[in-house]
Design a protein around this ligand. Structure first.
Ligand code: GLY
Length: 341
């Protein structure tokens, strides 16, 4: 199926279809120089498929992990493009997860003031969330995504078949983002996830529903001035846990945990079984020192603004409230859920 994202001159289609990767040559214009950016954790055959379909294909494979979202990698990609004589008419294709998409998209946005960018996400997390909406960035001086640009892709190709090679824990981490979107925006989708015996049985449906939510949010608020903030549900405390626990949890697992302090008792009692069914963590013991570390990281988050942090609260499934909370209020909520009793 095709989902159109309407953003005026920056509009594009998302092709959601099993087998779409092998048809990349029909779906996007590869009849030129193409820089394929991938990472060492992505099965080589996926990037090879795209590169071999290109008229003149090149490839940069960055090491797997957040550390690759840096200026050195960006410079490397841009350097290869320059050395190989890429012009404004050529293209960059990301084949991988969120790190690859952010890095490749940012390189495309900068090269000769912007060339065509295509995203072929290969993780569930990037398929339901990060490949849509044009956020591109690198990390800088210890801050995530602090240097970047909104740069929309020309097309996004989502092939659920590629998920068969993805580690189960990574699939679950992506499911956390889909659950997140259902909780703020689609009560029916949340009920569907709640009722499913096997939450992964109809993954195509989960991807489609999540994409429709993301499309709507991005169309309403491309640059995150308002509504797009709801995609940060679970991320405030989640990011805190992510940096305090230094790589122990995947991003999506931190989002799962980070949603718990931000919902009502009623929603939490429905959310916990859904997270468990998805194979996501629901428990964490934060002793005084851990809590301090989490809160320090929360206060360093670039989205923290003077006068408080825009937190997303869910009092009822399918709806949200964006409310400025002080650090003390966030700490109180976090403590209530994660302090050992
Ligand atoms: N992943 C959050 C956003 O796209 O705004």
């Amino acid at each position: 199926m095709v989902i159109h994202v309407e953003l005026g001159a920056s509009s594009y289609d998302i092709e959601l279809c099993r087998g779409a990767l092998a048809r990349a040559g029909e779906l996007i214009n590869l009849n030129r120089k193409v820089m394929v950016v991938t990472d060492s954790g992505v099965p080589a055959e996926y990037a090879d498929t795209v590169r071999n379909l290109a008229k003149e294909g090149y490839q940069v494979t960055v090491p797997q992990g957040e550390e690759s979202k840096c200026f050195a990698m960006l410079e490397h990609i841009l350097g290869v493009m320059l050395d190989m004589g890429f012009t404004r008419k050529d293209a960059v294709v990301a084949v991988g997860g969120g790190v690859v998409g952010d890095l490749a998209g940012f390189a495309a946005s900068m090269y000769m003031r912007g060339i065509d960018f295509y995203n072929i996400p290969t993780t569930l997390l990037s398929q339901v969330d990060s490949s849509i909406g044009g956020k591109t960035a690198v990390d800088f001086h210890g801050y995530k995504n602090v240097i970047g640009a909104f740069y929309q892709p020309k097309k996004v190709i989502i092939d659920p078949d590629v998920l068969k090679t993805l580690e189960k824990r990574q699939v679950a981490a992506g499911m956390a983002e889909a659950i997140k979107m259902s909780l703020t925006s689609d009560a029916e989708m949340f009920a569907m996830l709640e009722e499913a015996d096997d939450i992964y049985a109809d993954i195509d449906m989960v991807i489609e529903k999540a994409l429709l939510i993301k499309k709507h949010v991005v169309e309403c608020d491309e640059k995150e001035a308002g509504l797009r903030k709801i995609l940060n549900f679970g991320h405030t405390v989640g990011h805190g846990i992510e940096s305090a626990r230094g790589g122990y949890f995947y991003h999506g697992e931190c989002v799962a945990l980070g949603m718990l302090p931000m919902c009502s008792e009623e929603v939490r009692s429905r959310l916990v079984p859904v997270l468990k069914k998805a194979g996501l963590p629901t428990e964490l013991r934060l002793y005084e020192d851990d809590l301090r570390e989490v809160m320090t990281a929360v206060s360093h988050d670039k989205k923290s603004a003077a006068g408080g942090i825009d937190a997303v609260l869910v009092h009822e499934a399918g709806s949200f409230e964006i409310k400025k909370l002080t650090l003390a209020e966030i700490e109180e909520k976090t403590k209530k859920i994660f302090s050992p009793r």
